[in-house]
Design a binder for this molecule. Structure first.
Ligand code: WTA
Length: 655
């Protein structure tokens, strides 16, 4: 089930890094306080979360029902309570922290902009009023396709303020992916920008948006366009509205729409093993509680922190740890628009120095890329304000962990390796920095109130001190996904079906060691993790076969030093198998084609043409074999059950 190399490295990793006394003294949670939280959750799981919800969130109408499990596995939390996510993130802080900086922004070209809580509140209200003036209201869907600028967070908060449901599409997705997501959500409004800055180029967001709308998207009534790059873009005056014209004139007050706790706060499309990406639906109250508590527990977030989560708001990490969690806690966040290596490989460290970043949360792929560029870059900058480091999105290999620890953390800072998913809404397994010793490559133990187990193929919970199997969650938790937008059957089948609706099945395989530490080994389904981005093999395969020359395609992941995994595609053409220059030309064309269909992030790194795929007699593609071939491994598997064993040599590039 697991990748052997991964398994080997985790089974042989024995280093342990306990929290440092200086950190423990000031930490929100030390081991005693953490033990008390675990005990409270163990004694009364639902009551534990209900108490936190009452204490940590602002409610307009308090709830009396903590958990409604009558429709399980469609769970509902805090059902009769009413609140507003934007009021929790902004209004709550105005008295005590009105002049505190909420967002420090740096654009890739170097432009700076700060928003205090008061300013952010005013801008969110103006934007919310603009949305209302377009006829957008409670329950309407708004698709956001923006660069990583403060207005992206403002747009999210403005939707939340009026009870509209946002669905962000990452700016790296193509017009065709954007169209699918707009249509999936049935969105009324699209919020975009002329473009964004990335790696010295302009990302043509408005152009892609225009292309998407030209292909369909009939539900879209208006397009709100932020001027970011200032370059020329198409503008359809019957439909498009400039942000600065629509928003500036609006009043800076907007009463929050008080919504039921279960009211959807947002949808976020993510890849699964089958079919098209699914719209993961999150609630307002439960989601916000998960985002809020995990910031306090895992990041030890305090009032004087400058929290930098490098994720784009197009991913769940950017939702929970840029837009909602830190703001709900009244923290200062840093947002950076661009690439880590522009104008040079010191950019991230320069930002840390200049903005006094204290908490730095990023992905293993970024750590590995920066590590490759050498220690001289971080050494040029003063990183002394940093007090905590974090990692998310994929397993972090011990080597990258150690580099992060020694070169960036100067062997002093805690590293929190956080396991979670789009579906879980918030961090589930991670070390509490003042209480739990870290082991490089392990996300350590579940957070209080999170019930995680390892089960075998039959769904039996494994209790042995060294357990390997499927990672499942055995009790509902507030920030869990509520359903798949418009397809509840798919929600039940995908996440609960495997073991008779008893557990939430994460889709990851894991190993739990004798100390109860979890080591995530990777996905068990056909989902790839490329640079921390989730991609379904099926999505890439359907993009490939939509090209007129392609008859069949199979996509697998191949371990990659920096990206974690790279996309490897086996392609069967209509007509003859291309070779030489023809193969090169078609490879280039297919890469571009996938870029257009999904987005540049899904382009195959390698394409191999063959006459056929390895199939069993029942017609099933042997993916395990393809994975071995992609890795360049010697084929030791039994291929006698194949319909066409002769194809293996060709697939391996030997013919
Ligand atoms: C993987 C990102 C190992 C895992 C928040 C999961 C991880 C998928 C870790 C979810 C980690 C995330 N260690 N693997 N710390 N964090 N993953 O939905 O396979 O983009 O199922 O959410 O990323 O990816 P998603």
């Amino acid at each position: 089930m697991a990748d052997n190399k991964n398994l080997q490295s985790v089974l042989t990793e024995t280093r342990v890094f306990p929290p440092q006394p200086g950190f423990i003294e000031k930490a929100r949670l030390n081991s005693d306080r953490l033990a008390a939280l675990h005990a409270a959750a163990a004694a009364d799981h639902v009551g534990f979360w209900a108490d936190l919800a009452k204490k940590e969130l602002g409610w307009q109408t308090p709830f009396t029902t903590a958990l409604d499990d009558s429709q399980a596995p469609n769970y509902a939390w805090f059902t009769d309570g009413k609140l507003n996510a934007s009021a929790n993130c902004l209004d709550r802080h105005l008295d005590a922290r009105g002049d505190k900086i909420a967002i420090r922004f740096e654009g890739e070209p170097g432009d700076l902009k700060n928003y205090t809580y008061r300013e952010l509140h005013a801008e969110v209200c103006r934007t919310a009023n603009a949305l209302k003036s377009f006829g957008v209201g409670k329950g309407d869907r708004v698709v956001i396709y923006m660069p990583m600028v403060p207005e992206a967070v403002i747009a999210m908060q403005a939707c939340a303020r009026i009870g509209a449901i946002h669905s962000i599409v990452f700016g790296g997705f193509s017009s065709s992916s954007l169209k699918d997501r707009i249509e999936g959500a049935g969105a009324k409004l699209l919020i975009t920008a002329d473009g964004g800055h990335r790696a010295g180029h302009i990302v043509e967001l408005k152009k892609a948006a225009d292309e998407a709308l030209a292909q369909g998207c009939d539900t879209i009534e208006k397009v709100l366009v932020l001027k970011r790059t200032g370059h020329d873009v198409g503008f359809d005056a019957t439909r498009d509205v400039w942000w600065h014209e629509a928003v500036a004139a609006q009043p800076a007050r907007c009463e929050p729409e008080w919504v039921e706790s279960e009211h959807p706060l947002f949808l976020l499309y993510t890849s699964g093993s089958t079919g098209k990406p699914k719209g993961i639906q999150h609630s307002t109250g439960g989601y916000l509680l998960g985002a809020t508590m995990s910031c306090q527990w895992v990041f030890d977030l305090r009032d004087d922190d400058v929290f930098w989560c490098t994720a784009d708001v197009g991913w769940i990490t950017g939702h929970s740890y840029v837009a909602y969690g830190p703001l709900a806690n009244g923290a200062t966040i840093l947002m950076y628009e661009g690439a880590p290596t522009v104008p040079d490989a010191g950019r991230f460290w320069k930002i840390c120095q200049e903005h006094g970043v204290t908490i730095f949360y990023t992905a293993p792929t970024a750590i590995r890329a920066l590590m490759k560029l050498g220690d001289d870059w971080p050494k040029q900058y003063d990183l002394s304000k940093l007090r905590l480091l974090g990692s998310v999105g994929e397993p972090i290999n011990p080597e990258a962990w150690m580099w992060f620890h020694t070169v960036i953390g100067k062997e002093k800072l805690p590293i929190v390796d956080t396991w979670w998913q789009t579906e879980t809404g918030a961090i589930m397994i991670a070390p509490i920095p003042g209480a739990v010793p870290a082991k490089p490559g392990s996300c350590t133990k579940p957070l209080p109130g999170i019930a995680v187990e390892v089960v075998d193929e039959a769904g039996e919970i494994l209790t042995s001190p060294d357990a390997g199997g499927y990672l499942v969650v055995t009790k509902p938790w507030p920030s869990m996904l509520r359903t798949v937008w418009g397809d509840n059957e798919r929600y039940i089948k995908t996440y609960w079906g495997q073991f008779n609706n008893k557990y939430y099945v994460a889709g990851d395989s894991t190993h739990r060691d004798a100390d109860g530490y979890y080591w995530i080994l990777g996905r068990v389904d056909d989902v790839l993790n490329v640079s921390g981005h989730r991609l379904g093999t099926m999505e890439i395969e359907s993009a490939l076969v939509s090209h007129p020359q392609v008859a069949e395609a199979a996509v697998v992941g191949r371990p990659h030093e920096v990206k974690g995994e790279s996309v490897f595609a086996f392609v069967i053409c209509r007509g003859d198998r291309p070779i030489g220059a023809a193969a090169e030309k078609l490879t280039k064309e297919l890469r571009e084609h996938v870029g257009r269909e999904i987005g540049a992030l899904a382009k195959p790194d390698e394409i191999r043409f063959a006459d056929n795929l390895p199939k069993t007699r029942s017609g099933k593609i042997m993916r395990r074999l393809l994975r071995s071939i992609a890795k360049g491994e010697e084929i030791t598997q039994d291929i006698s059950t194949l319909e066409n064993p002769g194809i293996v040599a060709q697939l391996a590039g030997k013919e």
